[in-house]
Design a protein around this ligand. Structure first.
Ligand SMILES: Nc1ncnc2c1ncn2[C@@H]1O[C@H](COP(=O)(O)OP(=O)(O)OP(=O)(O)O)[C@@H](O)[C@H]1O
Ligand SMILES: [Mg+2]
Length: 244
């Protein structure tokens, strides 16, 4: 689905990530983890082109993606993005928010079909009954689910999530994980998830990429990560045992 080769990224003259390579298989739940400030969001921004890499190559379904891509590029029609803040527009109802990607990418699209597509996704995330509400009338968890419906609305091949669990209580966070897994299995959508929530990683991770000191500290399956002898990996998963 996605392959990154020797990615270097940063801000101005400051390098944050160096020589990052990985591959994400079709339908895989791929987790990027690491301590705060290690560059997880920077990696996501480099891949989607918000802050393009200065070196390296990105392949999406074996086709090279060279940023900056024009906004109307097919790449943006085939990916979904869920930002940490949910980023729903306050002036639009939930239903209109979910329709937004369709209307933005296909201005001539039949509105009633777009509405049906939005309602179908709102039903999937259990928000159909709240479709006419505005974002300020929704709880944090509902906003996250609404943003998920919006990310799903064009049936993307891959969804990029930045800290989807941030700010949620453990019960809501678990419900969201269960929903992620259900939709991943149902729709076969590939997930690129940035997170440092241990419980969430345990539930959802299939492959993990751990970043530290600008580099890849660990890349492999979740089971391999659990057995890793690398100190920082062990400490991340068992912080009380390995911290002084
Ligand atoms: N827009 C920006 N301009 C300049 N520096 C930035 C910018 N965004 C992030 N940085 C710097 O890049 C480094 C990595 O930040 P990044 O947001 O990628 O970390 P992160 O791993 O996502 O952290 P967190 O878990 O706290 O979200 C940090 O040192 C940060 O200060
Ligand atoms: Mg971040």
């Amino acid at each position: 689905m996605l392959r990154a080769e020797n990615i270097t990224a940063g801000y101005g003259s400051r390098t944050i990530l160096e020589d990052i390579s990985f591959e994400i298989a079709d339908g895989e739940r791929f987790i990027v983890l690491g301590e705060s400030g290690c560059g997880k969001s920077t990696l996501m921004k480099a891949i989607i082109g918000l802050n393009p890499p200065t070196e390296g190559k990105i392949f999406f379904k074996d086709e090279e993606i060279v940023h900056p891509l024009p906004e109307e590029s097919d790449f943006y029609k085939k990916i979904g993005i869920l930002y940490q803040s949910s980023a729903l527009l306050n002036s639009l109802s939930l239903e209109e928010n979910v329709m937004l990607p369709i209307i933005m990418h296909y201005p001539d699209f039949n509105t009633s079909i777009a509405r049906d597509m939005a309602l179908e996704k709102l039903a999937m995330v259990n928000l159909y009954a709240h479709r006419d509400k505005f974002p300020q009338e929704l709880s944090g968890g509902m906003k996250k689910r609404g943003a998920l419906a919006r990310a799903l609305v064009m049936d993307p091949d891959i969804i990029f999530f930045d800290e989807p669990q941030a700010g949620l209580d453990p019960v809501t966070a678990r419900d969201l994980d269960v929903l992620f897994i259900k939709l991943n299995e149902q729709l076969k959508t590939t997930y690129f998830i940035v997170t440092h929530e241990l419980l969430s990683i345990r539930r959802t991770a299939q492959k993990v990429l751990m970043l530290a000191d600008k580099k890849v500290l660990f890349y492999g399956t979740f089971e391999e990560a659990m057995k890793s002898d690398v100190f920082k990996v062990k400490r991340f998963f068992n912080v009380d045992k390995y911290s002084k």
